[in-house]
Design a protein around this ligand. Structure first.
Ligand SMILES: Cc1cc2nc3c(=O)[nH]c(=O)nc-3n(C[C@H](O)[C@H](O)[C@H](O)COP(=O)(O)OP(=O)(O)OC[C@H]3O[C@@H](n4cnc5c(N)ncnc54)[C@H](O)[C@@H]3O)c2cc1C
Length: 413
């Protein structure tokens, strides 16, 4: 049995755990950082499609609009804001750049550089002991106080533990929901974890050849019961055989995750030509078909659709692709118009944990002090990162949650 009484054990070396370890080490505190995988930061290294969207330049009030519980998050953000985070990396010689929508990336466009900026000072610091392939299995709690952590490599005796185990998404990176079990075992309540920022499965998918096919500048309409319009947004989407994804859909998925899980019905309507009215588009369709009357329908459709989509248009609108354009009936023109402007599909679920960007739900906020991120149930226990019931839109907000909560939790040990 190792006795590391004065050391703080951080469970999970992801974005939050690495940042918490940096803060503690910079205060001269000893840290044991446990990572269940063979390498720390596996998820951090794939963020932002390998480029890592670290944070967002949005002002405080705007920032909070993108976070699930701004009131809870405010003390962590005020203590270590997006500006502080930018300074943190720049002071460590990681130049950053700002892109569309205020998204901040490393200038190198490499998530690996963000990861290394956090890891390297820890590796060279004698106060920090990084234990890889070390899985925290249980917390040792006596009389309401932390006394240690049981791991696959034995018990570590300590007075302070920070749970930074992340959520359940991309489980191959090590985030498999362990933190929920660890916290639940010692009396914490878990708000049901759900995949969020995730593609949505539709009853009618798209043909296989459309795997991740991008369609730019669509209008997406979400309707619920009795055709009530719940949401309308412009943006780019990706189609595949299971349904739809892309930035707009990810944002939408976060808003409806709970209701979808409860079995509520939702429909999505895609307007591929939002800038043209239905009347004008119908006129245009008829005109083009009349001008190209001796061409095959397949070929005429290429005017509006990329090749891989034409097959789907023909199938869904029940057209004969090989017939001459002049043979199309008014009913078929209307069918085409419907496909372009208001094809409606039922959402039947999401793409699941393997593809979700974040977890909605987690350790209940009611049982965590927002000013310290310490457990209200167990002395010596704190939380940071995605394991907490906090989540946000895409745009760098989720990593900011991880970093801000990590700093606050570590400073309050
Ligand atoms: C593909 C993808 C792209 C993303 N891109 C962005 C982006 O560009 N910008 C953004 O803001 N957000 C992004 N996110 C979200 C962001 O990555 C997460 O919000 C963030 O990583 C959460 O940090 P965390 O430290 O709380 O958890 P994680 O990064 O998930 O780290 C948790 C760590 O704990 C370890 N662990 C788990 N259980 C145990 C245990 N029992 N014992 C020991 N170790 C354990 C895990 O192995 C893991 O290393 C993305 C997510 C994904 C999946």
């Amino acid at each position: 049995m190792a006795t590391d009484n004065n050391k703080t054990v951080i469970i999970g070396a992801g974005a939050a755990g690495l940042m918490a370890a940096n803060v503690l080490a910079s205060q001269g505190r000893e840290v044991i950082l446990l990572e269940k995988k063979h390498q720390p930061g596996l998820k951090l290294r794939i963020t932002g499609k390998g480029r890592c969207n670290i944070t967002n330049t949005a002002q405080r009030e705007e920032y909070f609009k993108h976070i699930s519980n701004a009131k809870f998050f405010a003390p962590a953000f005020d203590n270590f804001s997006n500006e502080d985070l930018i300074r943190f990396f720049e002071n460590r010689h990681l130049p950053l750049s700002s892109e569309r929508g205020g998204r901040i990336y490393p200038q190198s466009n490499k998530a690996l550089d963000v990861f290394l900026t956090l890891l390297e000072p820890l590796e060279s610091n004698p106060l920090v002991d990084i234990r890889k392939e070390c899985v925290a299995e249980h917390l040792v709690v006596r009389n309401g106080k932390i006394e240690g952590v049981d791991t696959n490599l034995g018990r570590i005796v300590c007075k302070n533990v920070i749970i930074a185990t992340g959520g359940c998404t991309y489980p191959s990176t090590g985030s498999e929901g362990d933190g929920y079990d660890l916290a639940e075992e010692v009396g914490h309540t878990i708000v049901e974890p759900l995949p969020a920022l995730v593609g949505l499965r539709t009853r009618d998918g798209y043909p296989r050849q459309l795997q991740n096919f991008e369609v730019k500048n669509c209008e997406i309409l979400l309707t619920g019961k009795e055709h009530k319009i719940l949401w309308r947004m412009f943006g780019d989407i990706y189609l595949d055989e299971y349904g739809v994804s892309g930035p707009v859909i990810l944002t939408l998925s976060r808003d409806i995750a709970e209701q979808l899980d409860r079995g509520e019905r939702f429909f999505i309507t895609i307007d591929y030509k939002p800038k043209v009215s239905k009347e004008k588009l119908l006129e245009e369709i008829k005109q083009v078909f009349s001008q190209r009357r001796t061409e095959e329908v397949y070929s005429v459709l290429r005017k509006w659709f990329a090749k891989p989509m034409v097959e789907d248009v023909v199938k869904v609108c029940r057209l004969n692709g090989r017939t001459m354009a002049k043979n199309l009936t008014d009913k078929e023109f209307n069918s085409l118009l419907w496909y372009m402007k208001e094809r409606k599909m039922e959402i039947i679920g999401d793409m699941g944990w393997k593809e979700a960007i974040i977890t909605k739900g987690g350790i209940s906020l009611k049982e965590i002090d927002p000013n310290t991120l310490q457990s209200k149930k167990v002395k010596g226990l704190s939380f940071c990162g995605e394991v907490i019931d906090l989540d946000a839109d895409t745009g760098g907000y989720n990593l900011q949650i991880a970093f801000s909560t990590a700093v606050l939790a570590a400073q309050n040990i």
